[in-house]
Design a protein around this ligand. Structure first.
Ligand SMILES: Cc1ncc(COP(=O)(O)O)c(C=O)c1O
Length: 456
């Protein structure tokens, strides 16, 4: 594709007015290189001749020729005898013809990131930077900064009924890192829930773990189904709010799982990913309290605050702690200290709990709006799960309806994922739908109408 001088000037971002008095070759070379690297001048673009470029830029022809030649020497441009100078470099991993990407739809568990308390967080970070001793800017303690571990232990005792002290807590980069650290600590044979979080099983497999799936029914993970699997090292369970069905693990199943873990020698990874977001009552306390010797409690600020922070916690059993901390050290030399201390400040000042209370109110209203809209437009859709979290589960839609529903919601920018097979008590493909972004009733109505249309 041949482009004219004006188009090149546009991509150089300044036109003739930005040309410096000195170092003009270096300036032009840097501008042209940036235009190529960012894709503004994509591979295959034919540049105007040096005479025309020089005139357009108000530069000597020799200056332009030299800058172009340097980029030819560096491999960004190629001089072709008859056709002129062509852009020949493309960003790594991109297709030759750039494709227009569709809107990026997040996962159904994504919070409304517009609710993130930016002003408050920036005050907390500023405060940390004002008071942080220089020695704290070295490599962090791999288990986490003592101030955050203390604050988290207090928080988990008060809000989740966990019997933990600061020395039990390890700061991690979200729940996602917990599985990775446990694999690195030697746990290789895993069971995950079916249905469960698709990313979790995929992550464990990619790390070389063997993964089996254990069914879920209306009372959560079917503990008895573990009988069919021997030699397990770890079992993942979303006890407070099963992902995706939204049920709560029944009390006798909790007891049973802890008893089985002790008898068979595996650990239970209690994925407490969204437990703070319960709307109809206080969240059920952690299973960890029943068996701290066999339960790894894991949670993060991804749902109440923002996934981008990559900040979470785990409480491994005492006999795994050393291996977990060593794995954390190997993985990333510890989590970022400034953010750790900002979170510690938010927790100890009470601002974190106030924020959680606020977003609970917002999400509760959005969930209610979606359920009301579904009742109006698609009344026979089966919705499962307690009043909690950021998603609902629509059961037994069947493969075609689930797939059509997912596409229709993606077009609205609403995240949904097909759940192949569904849970054992409601077999058939379902759909998990994230409601965090449904800011008004009209949007909830649009979602329900799209789902109703997908069923016709
Ligand atoms: C069930 C479940 N567990 C864990 C995670 C990962 O959470 P984090 O951001 O804390 O790594 C997610 C993310 O959506 C999830 O849905």
């Amino acid at each position: 594709m041949r482009i004219d001088v004006d188009a090149v000037l546009l991509h150089l971002g300044s036109g003739a007015t930005g040309v410096p008095a000195r170092g003009r070759t270096a300036w032009l070379r840097a501008r042209l290189r940036a235009a190529v690297v960012t894709g503004a001048l994509p591979v295959g673009t034919v540049l105007p001749g040096t005479r025309a470029l020089a005139a357009g830029l108000g530069l000597a022809r020799g200056t332009v020729g030299e800058a172009v030649q340097q980029l030819v020497d560096e491999g960004y441009l190629t001089a072709r005898p008859r056709s002129g100078v062509v852009v020949s470099w493309q960003p790594p991993g991109t297709a030759p013809t750039p494709r227009r990407a569709g809107p990026r739809v997040p996962s159904p568990g994504q919070p409304d990131t517009a609710l993130y308390p930016r002003a408050q967080w920036s005050r907390l970070v500023r405060d940390v930077l004002v008071h942080l001793p220089a020695r704290d800017l070295g490599y962090p303690a791999p288990a986490g900064h003592p101030a955050l571990r203390e604050a988290l232990a207090d928080h988990l005792r008060r809000t989740r009924g966990a019997d933990v002290g600061a020395d039990d807590v390890v700061v991690v980069a979200g729940v996602a890192q917990v599985g990775a650290l446990l694999v690195a600590a030697g746990l290789r044979r895993w069971a995950v829930e079916r249905p469960g979080s698709p990313g979790q099983g995929a992550q464990l497999r990619s790390l070389g773990a063997q993964v089996v799936e254990v069914p879920v029914d209306e009372r959560g993970l079917v503990a008895g189904a573990l009988d069919g699997h021997t030699g397990l090292d770890a079992v993942v369970v979303t006890a407070a709010h099963q992902y995706p069905t939204g049920c709560v693990l029944a009390p006798e199943r909790r007891q049973d799982l802890v008893r089985r873990a002790r008898a068979a020698g595996f650990v239970l990874l209690e994925d407490d990913y969204d437990a703070e977001l319960r709307y109809d009552r206080e969240p059920v306390g952690v299973m960890h309290a029943l068996g701290p010797d066999v339960v790894v409690l894991a949670g993060s600020v991804s749902k109440p605050l923002a996934p981008a922070l990559r900040l979470g916690w785990m409480v491994p059993p005492a006999d795994l702690r050393e291996a977990v901390v060593a794995a954390k050290h190997t993985a990333d030399l510890g989590s970022p200290v400034v953010d750790q201390l900002a979170l510690a400040g938010m927790l100890t000042s009470g601002a974190y709990l106030r924020h959680v209370r606020r977003v609970r109110g917002v999400y509760r209203a959005r969930r209610d709006m979606l359920l009301a809209a579904l009742a109006r437009h698609a009344p026979d859709v089966v919705v499962t799960g307690v009043s909690a979290g950021l998603h609902v589960y629509l059961a037994q839609l069947g493969p075609d309806v689930a797939a059509r529903g997912r596409s229709a919601l993606a077009a609205l920018g609403v995240p949904a994922e097909v759940v192949p097979g569904g849970p054992v008590h409601l077999p058939g493909d379902g759909l998990v739908v994230g409601f965090a972004s449904l800011r008004d009733a009209a949007r909830a109505d649009a979602v329900a109408q799209a789902l109703a249309a997908a069923r016709d």
